[in-house]
Design a protein around this ligand. Structure first.
Ligand code: UGA
Length: 449
């Protein structure tokens, strides 16, 4: 059934959700407090790089299914269904999530409600938040008007956001089971086509829905750190982590996905989410249960230092007076996001230790420049590699995976390459006369010869 709805917050999650809900045929109003973001979106322009999103956005704006506003009055008037999609970043100097944006959305919309309303939260929040927001929304709205806060966590990946929203692995709806609820019925209408195409629909209570999201990201982070820890052992023992991951991945219970060893996870979600999860468990008196996530975080951060060390060895033991080429700045390919990017972090560390670092990334240069203005950004891969003592591949863009080692050989000062994502064909590079180092791979060059 076609419905009217708003999406409150039009960042990565909100803009994608708004466009995709319109694509499902609904009438959608995107709401944000940032006028520059709104004017871009209204013009059909996506303020970040996400394959396929601009087309969906444009098509639905042109068809009249999607508009944007900064007015919460308009939002309250427009619909009885609202999706809450603002950010929950890590608090400055603390592990916990910063809920100020989530709270302020409820304050803004809550006092404008005049008819029965359901607010579906999509943001990643500490368990217990939804119940608290529900209480606050009911305090703000007139006493005789039913207001409900349900939770519908989002599992989209950057780079696959449209596909993940239109064809999710599952839909999770958390409701307050102690009160009368319309959320299940509404969610079944909103996602009618998605459900009809076979997507599992999981109905649960609020706490479980919030925990599903936190646990999913904690599991993914753990899987990556697990294989990175095994990579360290492989390196010490002369094993090969890629072959090992292929072998254990054949077991259905383990699976091959998210077992790529390298410089580890980054981005705006996994790192902050595991920390917020630990902080919340601590508040609940269950801190022991999640202490292993501290080790997951440690293993992950250690990857960055280890790559810096490898690069130092490749430069003869010190960075002073050397040139280092860094290929990749985004936290993963098909994204221009550099939040907590391992690639940019490594580039920065090497630069701060005295090397001249040239960085190239197909999409993330502009954002990198804002975050780390002192690095030397180049507009092409070739420019970045000119005269390099060592080349580091730190994000597995296909442009880098397809690199021709012989072509690059003429540009660099020394044919040394560190494959921080284990994404290159080591044999090909070695055959072209390069000294190759992967992370936890058996084909390892000895820099000293
Ligand atoms: C992650 C989750 O995958 C989504 O399901 C979730 O919705 C999202 O966070 C979120 O909470 O919003 P995303 O941050 O877009 O999505 O990126 P991922 O694809 O999960 O990759 C995260 C990091 O792990 C990247 O830096 C990537 O390079 C790294 N990674 C991934 C590895 O190092 N090895 C792997 O095998 C896989």
């Amino acid at each position: 059934m076609l419905m009217r709805m708003t999406v409150l917050g039009t960042g990565y999650l909100g803009a994608t959700h708004a466009a995709c809900m319109a694509e499902l045929g609904h009438d959608v109003l995107g709401v944000d407090v940032d006028p520059s973001k709104l004017s871009k979106l209204q013009a059909g322009d996506v303020p970040f790089y996400e394959p396929g999103l601009a087309e969906v956005l444009k098509r639905n704006i042109d068809a009249g299914h999607l508009r944007f506003t900064s007015s919460y009055e308009e939002a309250a008037e427009f619909a009885e269904v609202h999706f809450l999609a603002v950010g929950t970043p890590q608090k400055r100097g603390e592990y916990a999530a910063d809920l100020q944006y989530v709270d302020s959305v409820i304050e803004s919309i809550g006092r404008l409600i005049t008819r029965p309303t359901v607010i579906f939260g999509k943001s990643t929040v500490p368990v217990g938040t939804a119940e608290r927001l529900g209480r606050r929304a009911r305090e703000l709205a007139p006493a005789d008007v039913e207001v409900e806060v349900a939770w519908n966590p989002e599992f989209l990946r950057e780079g696959h956001a449209v596909e993940d929203t239109l064809r999710p692995d599952r839909l999770v709806i958390g409701i307050d089971k102690t009160r009368p609820s319309r959320a299940e019925e509404l969610a079944r209408q909103i996602y009618e086509d998605t459900i009809a195409s076979g997507t599992p629909f999981v109905l649960t209570n609020l706490a479980t829905a919030e925990l599903v999201k936190a646990s999913a990201n904690a599991f993914l982070a753990t899987k990556i750190s697990f294989i990175n820890a095994i990579a360290e052992v492989c390196e010490a023992a002369g094993g090969d982590v890629t072959e090992l991951a292929d072998a254990i991945g054949h077991d259905d219970r383990i699976g091959r996905k998210f077992l790529n060893a390298g410089i580890g996870f980054g981005g705006g979600c996994l790192p902050k989410d595991i920390r917020a999860f630990m902080a919340r468990a601590g508040e609940l008196g269950a801190d022991q249960a999640l202490t292993f996530l501290r080790e997951v975080d440690n293993i992950n951060m250690r990857r960055r230092t280890q790559v810096v060390e490898l690069a130092r060895q490749a430069c003869g033991g010190g960075f002073l007076g050397t040139r280092v080429a860094v290929l990749g700045a985004a936290f993963k390919p098909e994204s221009d996001d550099v939040r907590d990017s391992p690639a940019l972090n490594v580039a920065g560390q090497i630069q701060l230790q005295g090397a001249a670092v040239s960085v190239y990334d197909p999409k993330a240069i502009e954002n990198s420049r804002k975050l780390f203005p002192t690095l030397d950004y180049r507009t092409s891969l070739r420019e970045a590699c000119e005269g390099a003592d060592v080349v580091l591949v730190l994000t597995e863009w296909s442009e880098f995976r397809q690199l021709n080692p012989s072509e690059l050989a003429g540009l660099v000062r020394s044919r040394r390459i560190i494959d921080g994502r284990n994404c290159l064909d080591a044999t090909q590079w070695v055959e072209a006369g390069w000294r190759y180092r992967g992370l936890g791979r058996k084909m390892q060059a000895d820099w000293s010869v």
